[in-house]
Design a binder for this molecule. Structure first.
Ligand SMILES: N[C@@H](CCC(=O)N[C@@H](CS)C(=O)NCC(=O)O)C(=O)O
Length: 202
C-alpha cells in the first residue's frame, strides 16, 4: 500500500504522525500540489476531489480524507488507540477532533488560501474572507488554552487524534503569522510536550 501526499501540507502530516505513533511503515508518493500534480485525470480516478492525502490499498481501492485513513489504521493496528477506548472517551475525542478540524484547521487553511494566492490557478481568493478566517483561527488558540488548563491533552488525559490535528494546525499557522501567545501558558505547556514526541518529526 502507499500514500499520495505532499510533505509540507498539514493534512498529510496528520496521517504521517498517526502512522508514526503506531509504528506503521509506509511508502509515500510525493506530489507537488502547488504545481498541480494532483490535478491530473489519473489522480482524479484516485480521489474525485483531487486532494491529498490518499491511501491506495494493495487491492487498488483508495481511501481519501485524513481521518478516514487514520480510522482504517486504528482498526488494523488497534494498539495503542488514538480514537479512544470506551464509549465516553471515543465520543469526547470525536467531539474535539471535529471541533479542531472544523473551527481551527478549516479557517487556518482558508486564511492561507485566500490571503496568499497559493492556489490562484484553481480558485478565486477573497482577501476579506481570508481575514475573517484568520480571526476565527486566532480565537481557537484561546479555546485550546482554556481546555488545556484542566486537561493534559486536547481531549483529556490521553494523547489522541485531536492532538495530532491541533498540533498540525498550530504549526501550519506560521504561514498566517499566527502563533501561541506567551500568556497562553497551558497551550504552550501542551505544545512543548506534543511537539517533542518522536512522531511530531514525521
Ligand atoms: N478534508 C481533507 C482535506 C484535504 C486537503 O485539503 N488537502 C490539501 C493539502 S493539505 C490539498 O490536497 N490541496 C490541493 C488542492 O486543493 O488542489 C482531508 O482531511 O484529507
Amino acid at each position: 500500500m502507499k500514500i499520495y501526499e505532499m510533505k509540507i501540507a498539514p493534512n498529510p502530516r496528520r496521517v504521517r504522525i498517526f502512522l508514526a505513533e503506531k509504528n506503521i511503515p509506509m511508502e509515500f508518493v510525493e506530489l507537488d500540489v502547488q504545481k498541480g500534480e494532483n490535478l491530473t485525470e489519473a489522480f482524479r480516478a484516485k480521489n474525485p476531489l483531487m486532494k491529498v492525502p490518499v491511501l491506495e490499498l494493495d487491492n487498488g481501492k483508495t481511501i481519501c480524507e485524513s481521518v478516514a485513513i487514520c480510522r482504517y489504521f486504528e482498526e488494523t493496528n488497534p494498539e495503542r488507540p488514538l480514537f479512544g477506548r470506551d464509549a465516553e472517551e471515543k465520543a469526547i475525542i470525536e467531539m474535539w477532533q471535529r471541533w479542531v478540524e472544523f473551527y481551527f484547521l478549516m479557517p487556518t487553511g482558508m486564511c492561507f488560501q485566500h490571503s496568499s494566492g497559493y492556489f490562484k490557478d484553481r480558485m478565486n481568493p477573497i482577501e476579506e474572507w481570508g481575514r475573517e478566517c484568520r480571526s476565527h483561527a486566532e480565537k481557537f488558540f484561546d479555546i485550546l488554552d482554556n481546555q488545556l488548563a484542566n486537561n493534559r491533552f486536547v481531549a483529556g488525559e490521553e494523547f489522541s487524534i485531536a492532538d495530532i490535528t491541533a498540533l498540525c494546525t498550530v504549526d501550519f499557522n506560521r504561514v498566517n503569522r499566527l502563533s501561541i501567545k506567551p500568556e497562553q501558558v497551558h497551550l504552550l505547556r501542551w505544545y512543548k510536550e506534543v511537539s517533542s514526541r518522536p512522531s511530531a518529526k514525521a
